[in-house]
Ligand binder design. Structure first.
Ligand code: AMP
Length: 117
């Protein structure tokens, strides 16, 4: 997609701090990290959001899910991490190219959804 920021990152038209790339996927550090480790794993194929995923994307999504723990460990997440996929307006998605946030580091992350005690 011509004007998609993440497609531009994949094409090298916008600089990024790349941590992994293969024929199907690309991973890079978030420009505004929410924790000590915060990177994004994206498909090179432009898929607008998780809401647009179809049956034909099964193996691509499988590859991404298998890569997440490997890349998280390589980035220093030795004791867990959080994955987030913001989807659509209600999900607070800002960039409309499917991406998995992987967030972690030394410290326990705050609860994402507060639970009543
Ligand atoms: P989301 O709300 O899930 O769509 O999050 C989009 C994320 O992309 C945010 O965490 C941004 O900080 C990040 N982001 C936007 N532009 C860039 C960029 N050029 N390089 C790295 N991360 C970016």
């Amino acid at each position: 997609m011509d004007n998609c920021v993440f497609c531009k990152i994949v094409r090298g038209e916008i600089p990024s701090e790349r941590i992994y790339e293969d024929t199907e996927v690309f991973a890079f550090h978030d420009i505004h990290p929410a924790a000590q480790v915060h990177f994004m794993l994206i498909p090179k194929l432009h898929i607008g959001s998780l809401a647009e995923v179809e049956d034909k994307h099964r193996s691509l999504l499988g590859e991404m899910m298998v890569l997440v723990p490997k890349l998280a460990r390589e980035q220093g997440c030795m004791d867990g991490f959080r994955t987030v996929i913001n989807t659509g307006r209600v999900g607070g998605q800002e960039v409309y190219h499917l991406h998995i946030h992987v967030i972690g580091g030394r410290d326990r992350l705050p609860a994402m959804i507060p639970h009543p005690k």
